[in-house]
Design a binder for this molecule. Structure first.
Ligand code: FAD
Length: 539
């Protein structure tokens, strides 16, 4: 297991020593040559042609530094080299070389490195830099098409592409995917390796369910096209598969006509039971053809120790801040229901009425109803402006000790009283966003690797902490207390974007799917080469 190094002064001194050593190596012999299997190095020396992937490896400090940290800023694992591929063939050659070697070296694709616990890192192995592939490579890009047989729209998208670019390219055709993440500067391959969830999931499923076909390079270095009909075992393994079975180089994503605008509403509650009852009632209207249904539903906590607007979205009008703050002070915790209804020219005249019908009878605090009318792009890209603001203040690249959980509906009330109203309030350190919203299990596909609770409705709770470099351990201690409490109280939580330390934890996480997960690993990555940063098979 990699050490979770707090980026303390000692860390920076060590980093400096490492970098200095590396600088002194460059120009003499590449560091990877001393660390990768000898037969590969001699192959590289003897085979100086364009197909030689080892000529495309970088081990200069800049390339190594870029891939040895992530958004979490808690784990720092330095690889021996970075592949900046020009083609998918480069990736396949690298994996094949490892697979055929007497001592295989480990390889991880790195999307944007927006993981928080080193999941895309690989100590002493090779990182495939998918961002470099996107910027300089020759991948499939983003191509919109129509299936002539059924008239379905879809986009073929490189695994290295950002969802933001997928949105813009598909909108040029008046189309868009239906299921999103809250933040769009994530890669297609990275979110499909987890699930890809947001307020649309209750109705349209996680992003993994909008995939129709993929090109995957397996842990044997083989290119395989797969779908739920062809090579279905690999297809289902890879979706939610935490990078364990292959590197996604193309995903075919289903598209639908894109709306133009969005009615975006927030309602405040002081009673968790009323809040969740209303959330569950609203997500029960979830048929794709139910025009009256909401298009998006989430929820978040407002607490006296944090600002009422945060980097994820600035929503409440300034004029109302004082009265919301005084309500938060009175109750300690408020719950904010957040919903959206899309519209365009065709249903422009009905959208207000439809929304009114949906929201009538809800038990929010009278007078605490807020509404905005924004463009579809502004809505989907709502987190970006907060990111840019934090970046300009130097507050984006700080530690992020996040904890994301799935909780069965039957235990969400216990979670509220023990965690939100007890642990969180007592510790008094949570100031960042805490998300709480339900999803329908029937919108997920149980054949895929993603692991979710057994109940028909389950909640996601995301503690999206930002901390200073000196106090991240306090947040980690809180995360541990939450997990320990759930364990002791029998609250059957599963982590989303999981980070477990023992084989037993992983076995519990996957539950009945664990055997299949292991069998698929032996089938598609038998030499345990891929995504070791997840720490599933190499604990
Ligand atoms: P990375 O972190 O680089 O990689 C994640 C894993 O996938 C690694 O194991 C890596 O080896 C593997 N991988 C990467 N590319 C490929 C590929 N092409 N083929 C196979 N395996 C690959 N998630 C949500 O679901 N919903 C959200 O609303 C959401 N919001 C977020 C907001 C922010 C600000 C951040 C930082 C993250 C958010 N996430 C959200 C989490 C995000 O989905 C994960 O971080 C995810 O890993 C995608 O990030 P990435 O593309 O940078 O992948």
């Amino acid at each position: 297991m990699a050490a979770e190094n707090h980026p303390s002064p000692t860390y920076f001194i060590l980093l400096l020593i490492t970098i200095t050593r590396l600088i002194s190596t460059v120009g003499k012999t590449s560091q990877w040559k001393t660390m990768l299997p000898p037969e590969l190095v001699s192959a590289e020396d003897n085979n100086n042609n364009n197909n030689n992937v080892f000529q495309k490896l970088r081990d200069d400090p800049e390339a190594l530094e870029r891939v040895s940290r992530d958004y979490g800023n808690l784990v720092h694992d330095v690889p021996v080299a970075v592949l900046q591929p020009a083609t998918g063939q480069d990736i396949a050659r690298l994996i094949k070389a490892s697979y055929n070697s007497s001592v295989p070296f480990r390889i991880a694709a790195r999307g944007q490195g927006h993981s928080t616990r080193g999941q895309a890192m690989v100590r002493d192995g090779v990182v495939v830099d998918m961002a470099a592939f996107r910027e300089r490579g020759n991948g499939v890009g983003i191509k919109v098409s129509v299936d002539p047989l059924v008239g379905d729209y879809y986009a073929d998208v490189g695994g290295e592409q950002l969802w933001f670019d997928v949105l813009h390219s598909t909108l040029l055709h008046g189309l868009a995917p239906r299921s999103w993440t809250d933040y769009l500067y994530l890669t297609v391959g990275g979110t499909l390796s987890n699930a890809g969830i947001s307020g649309q999931t209750f109705r349209y499923g996680p992003q993994i369910t909008s995939v129709r076909e993929m090109d995957v390079i397996t842990g044997k270095g083989e290119f395989v096209t797969c779908s739920s009909q062809t090579n279905s075992e690999l297809f289902h393994a890879v979706l939610g598969g935490l990078g364990q079975f292959g590197i996604i180089t193309r995903a075919r994503i289903a598209l639908a006509p894109a709306p133009k605008r969005v009615k975006w509403v927030r309602l405040l509650y002081n009673d968790f039971s009323a809040f969740t009852k209303d959330q569950e009632q609203l997500i029960s209207i979830s048929g794709r053809k139910q025009n009256i249904a909401l298009d998006y539903l989430e929820g978040l906590l407002l607490m006296h120790q944090g600002p009422i607007n945060n980097w994820r979205s600035s929503f409440f009008p300034l004029a109302d801040h004082a009265r919301i703050i005084s309500l938060v002070t009175k109750h300690s915790v408020l719950y904010c229901l957040e919903v959206a209804k899309y519209y365009d020219a065709q249903n422009e005249n009905n959208v207000d009425k439809d929304l009114q019908v949906l929201l009538q009878g809800l038990s929010y605090i009278p007078g605490f109803y807020y509404e905005k009318d924004v463009s579809y792009v502004e809505f989907l890209n709502r987190v970006r402006s907060g990111e840019l603001k934090l970046q300009s203040q130097g507050l984006w690249d700080v530690p992020h000790p996040w904890l994301n959980l799935f909780i069965p509906k039957s235990q969400i009330m216990d979670f509220d009283s023990a965690i939100f109203k007890n642990i969180i309030l007592k510790r008094n350190i949570t100031t960042g966003p805490v998300l709480v919203y339900p999803m329908n299990r029937n919108k997920w596909d149980n054949r895929m690797s993603a692991s979710i609770p057994d109940e028909e409705i389950f909640y996601t709770v995301g503690f999206l902490h930002s901390s200073g470099f000196d106090d991240w351990k306090a947040y980690d201690a809180q995360n541990k207390e939450i997990l320990q409490f759930c364990n002791d109280a029998g609250i059957k939580v599963k982590q989303y974007l999981p980070h477990y330390r023992t084989q037993e934890d992983w076995t519990n996480h996957f539950g009945p799917k664990w055997r299949t997960f292991v069998e698929r690993k032996h089938q598609f990555d038998p030499r345990m080469i891929l995504s070791p940063g997840q720490r599933i098979f190499n604990n």
